[in-house]
Design a protein around this ligand. Sequence first.
Ligand code: PMP
Ligand code: GLU
Length: 402
Amino acid sequence: MTDFNSILADRIINMAESATLAMARKAREMKAEGIDIISLSIGEPDFKTPKHIQEAAKAAIDEGKYFGYPPVPGYMDLREGIAEKLRTENGIKSKAENIVVSTGAKQSIANVIISISNPGDEIVIITPYWVSYRDVALFAGAKPVFAVGTIENDFKVTAQDLDAVITDKTKAILFSSPSNPTGSVFTKDEIAGIVKVMEKHPNVLIISDEIYEHINFSGGHVSIGSFPEVEDRTITVNGFSKGFAMTGWRIGYISAPVAIAKACEKVQGQITSGANSIAQRAALAALKADLGPTRDMTAEYLRRRDLVLGLLDEIPGMKTYVPSGAFYIFPDISNFFGKSNGTMTINNANDMSLYILNEAKVSVVTGDAFGAPDCIRISYAASDKELKEAMKRIKEVLAKLS
Ligand code: PMP
Ligand code: GLU
């Protein structure tokens, strides 16, 4: 057998590669070739995991008790700790039995979608959306349906727009606030508006991805699962990657109705056997300690947001808004469509991200990957020096388009 591509499953052939990871790989490859690439594609804290969390992992190894398989849904003390955090910080009525710890929030989301989707079920995805929502829904056999926000409303979908796409086939709605890719934060009133719509659809689940909870510049975080009207059918997803600079440790979790938590445990029991034991011990330390380092990182992201926004606003044709959280900005670059530097014409956001990569040697991600073909995503989780140089280069190459 020589053509191995022809034996691959259709659902894998049809699955898009994660655009964020693909762009990060491309940037890494160009860097390895000696090209001076500035990578603003992957959304990943550039800080080190705080020291006390590193120390907790070392202590767990030294204790010698955590070398075997952990329980599939996670260690009981971690699940209890997460449930307590959700009760006290988020107003979510969670108990250990509702919690499943997984290999990152990405796996948590996949577990949930796989657990609830039958062929023909619709998952409403609030758009612009994080890359993996669409492909995981397709992988699970569900049909993704999009409720689209516009830049005029900081990309936040309105309650009416959401209501318009819910049908009797809708199984769940899925969204993130603070949002990846836009950094937008739904206010308490806006979330209350979504809750009102959901009250009209009592059989529809809510999947709320709160991975950027701590990186919020607009005040307190609001969890939709704290609204009594929908608390019994909301699945809250969160994790340690972003707020604690722990992307490589791969720990995420859900709080879900028990039947859904049990289903996710079953999926996980057949696929991974559960999340890494030492990383779970480190996550427990992150949960129990003071959030000082998290607050310091958030203050730094806010400062960088203002730096990048100021520099982007100096670029003629770039359309921006003010993101209130996460570490992304998602400018609309459609003013450049149809323009050319003489050799390359920019017809869409894919062209633009390639043009910026090849000409400015800066990697960003096309908005197409997030359901927003007029935009590009810039991650500003990078140093001031890199950000200033990247914005200078982007400005220069965009000035060549006419
Ligand atoms: N949700 C969103 C919105 C994200 O940006 C990410 C980070 N890629 C994840 C989930 C997954 O996070 P992780 O698997 O690292 O916990
Ligand atoms: N959250 C990051 C991003 O969106 C990580 C990459 C990924 O998991 O896809 O870039």
